[in-house]
Design a protein. Sequence first.
Length: 275
Amino acid sequence: MITLATALQQLLSRGLPRLEAQMLLLHALGHPTHARAWLLAHDDDALAPDAAERMRVLAARRMAGEPMAYLMGEKHFHGLRLTIDARVLDPRDDTETLVDWALTLLPEGEPRRVLDLGTGSGAIALAIAQRKPQARVTATDASADALAVARANGQRLGLPVDWCHGDWFAPVAGERFDVIVSNPPYIAEDDAHLPALAHEPRSALVSGADGLDDLRRIVAAAGAHLRPGGWLLLEHGWDQAPAVRALLAEADFADVRSQRDLAGIERCTGGRWPH
């Protein structure tokens, strides 16, 4: 048998970052992935054969590009622990920028209506519902599989969200909202980074030749679903902010602006519906 310290070194020698290697080893051992102090305190312990095999399988999947969230079965997002699997996109930390912006537009204690388009795992909708319990949050997704993941997350967390199956605004015809948020597909069909994302649902990533097809659809239809003064907030690619600002301006949105993520990249763009 090998020790935990040797097992960790083996993972590192394969090119895995230390944090990922520690998380994979802890997961293989059945320990919480944040228990890195425990791992250091037990580095002379022997690694049992069954745990060694689990570690080997996890490491091979990670080296093949599978997201850590799929391997762990969960992802922490905006203070929530979400169950994640290959039916949904792995929520990115950068998407918290979109949530933070939406929260500034929702006064405490007021029953505003929020719509999350293409909710996936439910990350955005649930983060808003958790921070703004007076808000009525609705979330749509065209994928029944994704909605099953989102609904299960909502039930486990005890957060009320109206989950609706359908394409973008189709399930909420005739309804209007104070804030609409979306992290839609925004990658171009020929983007060089797509092979690295092969394990995630392509339908949640790719949107036409320039990556803007779904953003165009959402912007064009949003006005009919916003109350006067309501806001549309959109996540997009690192270089798409100018194009999205132009789409919003052409659709008669006011106060069009972008927000930067922690890396300083214009990650989200939004505008206010003045009508």
